[in-house]
Write a protein that binds this ligand. Sequence first.
Ligand SMILES: *[C@@H]1O[C@H](CO)[C@@H](O)[C@H](O)[C@H]1NC(C)=O
Ligand SMILES: *[C@@H]1O[C@H](CO)[C@@H](O)[C@H](O)[C@H]1NC(C)=O
Ligand SMILES: *[C@@H]1O[C@H](CO)[C@@H](O)[C@H](O)[C@H]1NC(C)=O
Ligand SMILES: *[C@@H]1O[C@H](CO)[C@@H](O)[C@H](O)[C@H]1NC(C)=O
Ligand SMILES: *[C@@H]1O[C@H](CO)[C@@H](O)[C@H](O)[C@H]1NC(C)=O
Ligand SMILES: *[C@@H]1O[C@H](CO)[C@@H](O)[C@H](O)[C@H]1NC(C)=O
Ligand SMILES: *[C@@H]1O[C@H](CO)[C@@H](O)[C@H](O)[C@H]1NC(C)=O
Ligand SMILES: *[C@@H]1O[C@H](CO)[C@@H](O)[C@H](O)[C@H]1NC(C)=O
Length: 434
Amino acid sequence: MMKFLTPVLAALTIGSKMCIACSLHEGPTGNLQPSIDKVLEYVRSQHSASNVTTSIKNVRVFDGHDMTEPQTIFIANGKVTSRLPHEKADMEVDGTGKYLIPGLIDSHIHIDTVDTLELLSSYGVTTGMNMVCRNYTLCSALAEVTGLAQYLTATAGATIAGTGSPILGSTDNAIYPGDNVTNYVDDQFFSGSPAMWLKVVAQPGEDGLTQEQMNELTMAAHKLGYYSVTHATYLETFAKAVKSKTDILQHMSGDKALPKSLIQEIISNKQIVTPTMAIFRVGTNQPLLQEILRQGANGTANFTTVSENVRALYQAGIPLLAGTDSAAVPQLNISMPYGLALHCELQYLVEAGLTTCEALRAATVVPASTQRLFGRGKIAPGFRADLILLNSNPLFNISNTRDIVKVWTAGIESKHVTRNLTQQCSALNIVPLA
Ligand SMILES: *[C@@H]1O[C@H](CO)[C@@H](O)[C@H](O)[C@H]1NC(C)=O
Ligand SMILES: *[C@@H]1O[C@H](CO)[C@@H](O)[C@H](O)[C@H]1NC(C)=O
Ligand SMILES: *[C@@H]1O[C@H](CO)[C@@H](O)[C@H](O)[C@H]1NC(C)=O
Ligand SMILES: *[C@@H]1O[C@H](CO)[C@@H](O)[C@H](O)[C@H]1NC(C)=O
Ligand SMILES: *[C@@H]1O[C@H](CO)[C@@H](O)[C@H](O)[C@H]1NC(C)=O
Ligand SMILES: *[C@@H]1O[C@H](CO)[C@@H](O)[C@H](O)[C@H]1NC(C)=O
Ligand SMILES: *[C@@H]1O[C@H](CO)[C@@H](O)[C@H](O)[C@H]1NC(C)=O
Ligand SMILES: *[C@@H]1O[C@H](CO)[C@@H](O)[C@H](O)[C@H]1NC(C)=O
């Protein structure tokens, strides 16, 4: 029996059992594998970093707490700088009446193509934390792409062979009963590995990783100087993940309220949570998925539960990160939209009780400082010039993060910007792939 990996993708796995069964047997190099050629072609065509200097004048800037008085922001060599090498910038942008916020970080996403990176930057998402690497050759190539949203990646998802969806796990990199998981972790961080953190997948029931294995996986990552994150979507697995002392919990208990004692444990373990509310929202909104999700979590998974759990964590002062679980699944011809989903995640976080300021922090300074993304998440000299210029103030209404004028990634202005994002997030849904 296929177990859930993410609510939506694994739900679809169950819903399309016939279809998935074929690709399962085709193995990871079958139609699961996106082409690396396009990525390599793009990497080869890249020019060196932009030497265009930019000044954004008379703009109010999100300083991590508030909007400053109007000021001028300079960009040179891909970074924000206190002064320019020349008196006049190559590009001058009038920021009068506008707002500048750091580029957004999606702390839970699945990326396989350059097109996705371009799509993300068009929405002001300038960093994507890829949550499972299915092929290290492809992941290394994507990590070389510049001028678009930056791709940073996890390892393969550590899970017992046969218990995860092949969409997210790599059957080549699964753990078999009796395997030494310390050696498994060493293998993922081979010399030259693009992986920056360990991904672990907690599955419900008897078939998944044992508590002991989960503990060892995190210890092994720490021993090598990496942090670990753990997928968990049920109270049962969430509690196991907490006990494993993993650094960041991915998703949320979708079936039951988090007990106070577990929240206390999260606090004393100094853990962080990326609740991925968007995927639960879509998953429980979409009729097919809704039906399957109810079965999957024994009839109890719902967005209200997720939202109440997020509120409880927030009230307990646990750091929360904005992540979406956006993904494209070619063999099922579906996609959880990229970019828009992160803006909607911010809205859901606000609806769960965060202030607009804290929601912005959950996609900027907090993910940067907790996930070792040095030089990101703030607008300050020496920081990467990942910037979004907005027409209206997101501290006033979080939906104003969608009122985008311009986007820069590492100082390079995005050619394509998705404007007039007036769609309500209730329109967010699983869509067929283009
Ligand atoms: C990973 O992708 C590369 C390039 O497409 C391919 O040559 C290789 O066989 C893939 N590896 C696995 C294990 O699927
Ligand atoms: C950027 O560098 C290129 C090549 O070194 C040079 O031709 C171009 O004039 C420079 N552009 C600016 C704006 O400095
Ligand atoms: C796994 O292998 C490592 C050496 O690579 C060893 O130190 C450790 O004790 C082994 N763990 C188990 C559970 O056998
Ligand atoms: C969601 O689940 C909770 C229990 O966790 C239940 O009280 C509530 O009625 C459910 N809501 C819906 C809409 O199913
Ligand atoms: C669903 O219920 C069955 C039977 O009570 C139990 O074995 C299984 O672990 C439950 N699944 C989840 C995800 O809670
Ligand atoms: C924020 O803007 C949206 C879209 O215009 C609107 O529906 C909502 O009521 C606004 N929220 C607040 C708190 O003003
Ligand atoms: C977007 O909004 C601006 C200002 O409201 C308007 O001038 C422009 O025509 C709109 N563009 C599209 C594609 O709807
Ligand atoms: C994906 O679904 C859409 C809408 O149902 C359809 O138009 C399109 O042809 C499908 N694409 C593939 C590759 O099956």
